[in-house]
Design a protein around this ligand. Structure first.
Ligand SMILES: [Zn+2]
Length: 282
């Protein structure tokens, strides 16, 4: 029997996985012109100290299906949320207004800041993640992520080097968005900071157990870039996790937590290609 779902618009609405029980939450106007839908999340707060977001954190959802992911991000009690969800077909759903603090980063740090949720916009990219086969990111989805981020960067004055992955700000706990995420494609559109990784060659490496000034130099360089790593001169477990996170983002060809020559050269190339005023401050 024909009914209202025959209309394309209703079909589109029906296709969106709207969590039950969220009908009481007020719908708001999306902040981004490329967000097509709003599914309000119950999980948010005020940005602490009235901070304005000047950072974008990219995630993958890491769940078997999109319905489950959106339900989790929007339902009261889960204590997680994100400002945006980018679906595999490129549709963008906003769940929390940008002015508010979404709960996506958790225990995290960057450039000495430990309340990443208060200073960032969180973007969840629908992908099953490492635990569920980790499929490639479709190009339509990446194009949508780029369009969304470009808009946020312009409106919020977010510098390219403050568009980061969850694994960058929480290297001990998180792998997302992971080594398959095409950071180089984003950088080609001005989103994120990137240099061509240095070629992998044989030679000296710093690894778990290494001790000395070279390790201290590595830790200082990682910390200068923004990573939360203590400068101890000892290549410990935390250092290895941070090197792994660095590789996942900036040298994805080999992710082994060993600071080889390619890793070090890539790190120093990144540092020296930061904007001049940034380099002066660090
Ligand atoms: Zn995440």
């Amino acid at each position: 029997m024909p009914n209202s779902t025959d209309k394309p618009e209703s079909k589109r609405q029906r296709a969106l996985p709207i969590p039950k029980g969220n009908t009481d939450l007020p719908v708001f106007t999306p902040d981004s012109s490329v967000a097509s839908d709003v599914i309000p999340s119950a999980n948010f707060g005020e940005r602490k100290g009235g901070r304005q977001p000047d950072m974008i954190i990219l995630h993958y959802t890491g769940m078997p299906d999109v319905e489950g992911a959106i339900t989790k991000l929007c339902t009261a009690g889960t204590e997680v949320s994100a400002h945006y969800v980018v679906l595999e077909d490129g549709r963008i759903v906003q769940c929390v207004p940008e002015a508010l603090r979404a709960w996506h980063a958790g225990l995290s740090s960057w450039a000495g800041d430990e309340d990443i949720n208060s200073c960032s916009i969180g973007v969840e990219i629908v992908n099953r993640g490492h635990d569920w086969g980790y499929p490639d990111f479709p190009s339509r989805q990446i194009a949508a992520v780029i369009a969304l981020c470009r808009g946020i960067m312009l409106r919020r004055n977010v510098p390219a080097h403050r568009v980061l992955g969850h694994s960058d700000v929480a290297p001990s706990r998180k792998k997302d968005p992971g080594e398959k995420f095409p950071w180089h494609s984003l950088a080609n559109s001005g989103v994120g900071h990137w240099v061509q990784p240095a070629a992998i060659t044989r030679g000296e490496t710093l690894k778990l157990g290494s001790i000395g000034d070279d390790v201290k130099g590595l830790q200082k360089a990682l910390a200068k870039y923004g990573y939360g790593v203590p400068i101890t001169g000892k290549f410990d477990g935390i250092t290895m996790e941070v090197v792994t996170a660095f590789q996942r983002h900036f040298r994805p060809e080999r992710i082994d937590g060993i600071a080889d020559r390619s890793t070090l050269l890539t790190l120093h190339a990144l540092l020296s290609s930061l904007p001049a005023d940034e380099q002066a401050q660090r």
